[in-house]
Design a protein. Structure first.
Ligand code: SAH
Length: 234
């Protein structure tokens, strides 16, 4: 066995401040905007010359939040309701050898401002602070396989979840001029039904909280219905 040392080329500035409620794959919530900020050694436009010709890129990253928890041979994919187990290499689970993640995301732009090179991204599924190990252009002619099948994860996860806001939550959102997509962002995050599988099987109202940007959002779930009761600035 060989050991290798990896160096991050940058890190992610993301609205997702904790793991809970992050969608399980990229592009499920297009309003999730982020910045990839390059480290000093890679903070030069030469490194990204030509990248603006691509609409999407692959990010290889470290699951840094959970990396020290190690891995297991078998995991319980949320897609299977948390009941069935699959081999870790048959899943996209975070608890894996080397804790490397990969996401194909939309490249919205390249920014070079005040001496700092950044990529502007959307549709991300990454936690704030995630270290980026590598960046590659997405190549549709090779990466998109139209005859591919994907067993237990064959179709995009579907839910019938509805999302409603209290009057105070609605007013709070309207006042946040710098985040014009905040409402759609919250709606689409909640429509993914971020609850752990064992909670979904429970009856009655359940209460949850999450942080997006610097907003603390509280909501209740009853059946297929989400009710956002309260939002406040942290
Ligand atoms: N698209 C990736 C991620 C799949 S796992 C891949 O296929 O490799 C998706 C989960 O990763 C999300 O629900 C989120 O909770 C978790 N996640 C995102 N960034 C993380 C990080 N830096 N450390 C640990 N977990 C992270």
């Amino acid at each position: 066995m060989s050991d290798y040392q990896l160096t991050a080329v940058g890190h992610i500035e993301s609205p997702y401040k904790q793991k809970f409620a992050i969608p399980r794959q990229p592009r499920l919530v297009p309003q999730a905007k982020a910045k990839l900020v390059f480290c000093a050694d890679f903070n030069r436009e030469e490194f990204v010359r030509g990248l603006d010709e691509f609409s999407h890129i692959w990010l290889l990253f470290r699951f840094h939040e959970t990396a020290d928890k190690g891995y297991s041979a078998m995991v319980r994919p949320p897609r299977l309701g948390g009941n069935d187990r699959k081999g870790v290499f048959a899943t996209r689970a975070t608890f894996r050898p080397n804790a490397i993640g990969m996401s194909a995301v939309k490249l919205e732009g390249i920014e070079y401002r005040n001496g700092q090179l950044s990529l502007l991204l959307s549709g991300i599924d990454l936690l704030d602070g995630t270290p980026i190990l590598d960046i590659k252009p997405y190549l549709p002619y090779s990466d998109a396989m139209h005859d591919a099948s994907a067993g237990f994860a064959d179709v995009r996860p579907q839910t019938q979840m509805s999302v409603e806001f209290s009057e105070t939550a609605e007013q709070f959102i309207t006042a946040q001029n710098q985040y014009p997509e905040l409402k759609d962002f919250i709606v689409n995050v909640l429509k993914q039904d971020p609850r752990p599988a064992y909670k979904k099987q429970k009856d009655g109202e359940q209460s949850y909280g999450m942080t997006l940007y610097n907003f603390n959002i509280r909501w209740q779930v009853n059946g297929e219905h989400n009710y956002v009761s309260h939002i406040e600035k942290l």
